[in-house]
Write a protein that binds this ligand. Structure first.
Ligand code: 5AD
Ligand code: SF4
Length: 443
């Protein structure tokens, strides 16, 4: 076994919460090898990029950041540059890194974290660059044994499944992350107990489509119930849900639980049935609206419903786009993440006739304006309300302040210092500014 000089590592993460958590595992592995974290690439002996390719913008950002290290690597040839994650699994990308990014030492896929140590050893021993995106046979088992350095206290991310079977026609995820596999229920429960015992105050269950969890016949609603039964005061959140799989059984478990937060992220993507069909989403606008009604009936009007919406999908007409605007007006989402459709090579939608960029830009502008107005109205309606928040972090914007979330997922800023992070506080909402709420701690 190679003996390591104790060095430093820096991880740069792009993309979703799934990636944030995978970076926590990469950090766990690097620390197990003796590396310590640093904020600066100039100090680092290992720089690891955990990449995302879901949209063109995410990919460009990753390439830009990787490219920026070229000259640093020239002056510090012993430094290891590792590229990990979704981007590396696209067709032709290994070749691209081989030929165009000679300063990258190791390229690994989304399911190769468990071999990170072995690949670093291989590189250090043999000096040759390493490329490996082959899925290890024992992927789930190896994943269970991966150490985690958590970076999101008081929240603990917890994977319940990997991959996706849905093949929405715009989406690259099933191609780069492979088919759905659910983690063993006992492993999930023991990790959940562990993080609660360690003092984490929120567990966020992660999966591309958590509602289709199937752990040896145990479904998502049953899994939620089992986690809810763990003793202690903590919150449970989960993401992402799919409207074709979210159901009354799950909503009923949410309603009966004091731990499961009264909020859900339920991507609608579009409000037009024709577009939804072409996206292969397998639900209609009517079905989505009936889910929203069902949730509000079971969980109360205060339930926070957030969503993802895409504009400019191939074939989207003005009338289709108006259907999306109308749906947004009807549902009144707490928050919406809005995206311009970008073709992903190898997906069916990439070879459909595309919409001009100016049309997409104009549509997203209109959509953002509408959602901002709704968010502001909903924020104003919080004035004077008493809410329990979990303090999560120092405020990035306001000195001497911390911020936390209501159960429904709204961010509230209150006066306070670092020591409050991880505590539950009852606050009165005293002011609002677009998406942000401000409050005073009562107790
Ligand atoms: N173009 C734009 N947005 C996309 N998303 C997924 N694929 C694409 C694409 N090709 C969005 C979806 C998804 C979110 C994570 O990213 O809205 O819910
Ligand atoms: Fe992509 Fe659709 Fe799977 Fe979500 S459900 S990861 S959008 S294919």
């Amino acid at each position: 076994m190679i003996k390591y000089m104790k060095g430093k590592y820096k991880i740069v993460t792009f993309g979703c919460q799934m990636n944030v958590h995978e970076s926590e595992k990469a950090a766990g592995l690097l620390e197990e090898m003796g590396y310590a974290p640093t904020e600066s690439a100039e100090d680092a002996d290992v720089v690891l990029f955990n990449t995302c390719c879901i949209r063109d913008t995410a990919e460009k950002r990753a390439f830009g950041n990787i490219g920026a290290l070229k000259s640093l690597k020239r002056s510090r040839s012993g430094m290891l540059i590792i590229v990990l994650g979704c981007m590396t699994e696209q067709d032709g990308y290994t070749e691209l890194f081989k030929s165009k990014y000679p300063f990258v030492d190791i390229v690994l896929g989304t399911r190769n974290l468990s071999v990170l140590r072995a690949k670093i050893e291989e590189k250090v021993r043999a000096g040759k660059r390493v490329f490996d995106t082959a899925v290890p046979e024992n992927f789930l088992e190896a994943d269970e044994n991966t150490p985690v350095t958590r970076t999101s206290y008081p929240n603990a991310w917890l994977n319940i499944m990997y991959g996706c079977n849905n093949f929405c026609s715009y989406c690259i995820v099933p191609y780069v992350r492979g088919r759905e596999v659910s983690r063993d229920i006992e492993s999930i429960l023991s990790e959940a107990r562990e993080v609660v015992a360690a003092g984490y105050k929120e567990i966020t269950l992660l999966g591309q489509n958590v509602n289709s969890y199937n752990g040896n016949g145990v479904n998502f609603a049953e899994l939620l119930q089992k986690i809810d039964q763990i003793e202690g005061k903590f919150r449970i959140r989960f993401m992402t849900s799919h409207p074709k799989d979210f159901n009354e059984e799950i909503a009923a478990v949410m309603a009966a639980s004091s731990k499961i937060c009264n909020g859900i992220h339920l991507p609608v993507q579009a409000g037009s049935n024709a577009v939804l069909k072409s996206m292969n989403r397998r639900y209609t606008r009517e079905k989505y609206l009936s889910l929203v009604d069902m949730m509000r009936e079971k969980l109360g009007e205060g339930v926070g419903i957030t969503t993802d919406i895409m504009v400019g999908f191939p074939g989207e007409t003005d009338a289709d786009f108006n259907d999306t605007m109308e749906l947004v007006r009807t549902v009144r989402f707490s928050n919406a993440f809005t995206f311009i459709y970008s073709p992903r090579k190898g997906t069916p939608a990439a070879s459909m006739p595309q919409i001009p960029y100016e049309v997409k830009r104009a549509r997203i502008g209109e959509l953002i304006k509408l959602q901002n107005a709704i968010t502001k109205e909903l924020s104003d309606a919080y004035m004077g309300k008493i809410e329990e928040i979990l303090i999560e972090d120092l405020s990035a914007k306001y000195d001497g302040s911390v911020c936390g979330r209501t159960e429904s997922g709204r961010l509230v800023t209150v006066k306070g210092e670092k020591d409050l992070i991880g505590s539950f506080k009852t606050v009165e909402i005293t002011a609002s500014k677009s998406a942000s709420l401000f409050g005073e701690i009562l107790l």
